[in-house]
Write a protein that binds this ligand. Sequence first.
Ligand code: SF4
Length: 69
Amino acid sequence: MRIVAVDMDLCEGHGKCYLTAPDLLRPQDDAGRAEFYADPIDPADTAAVRRADGTIAGCPERALTWAEV
Ligand code: SF4
């Protein structure tokens, strides 16, 4: 299973990720930095993986990556 990991050193907190994928990410602090809070994603669920891939690619700071759990 996989989650979307947030690099807190890179996240600038402008919220593009949780505005476009509010079911996956949400703000976690006063700076608006993001956290993944959804259930882990099954790599076999191609629709969910594709959608998360788009969210990861959309982060202008490159703060989002896949992480195995
Ligand atoms: S889009 Fe990237 S930089 Fe912006 S809040 Fe989300 S993870 Fe942080």
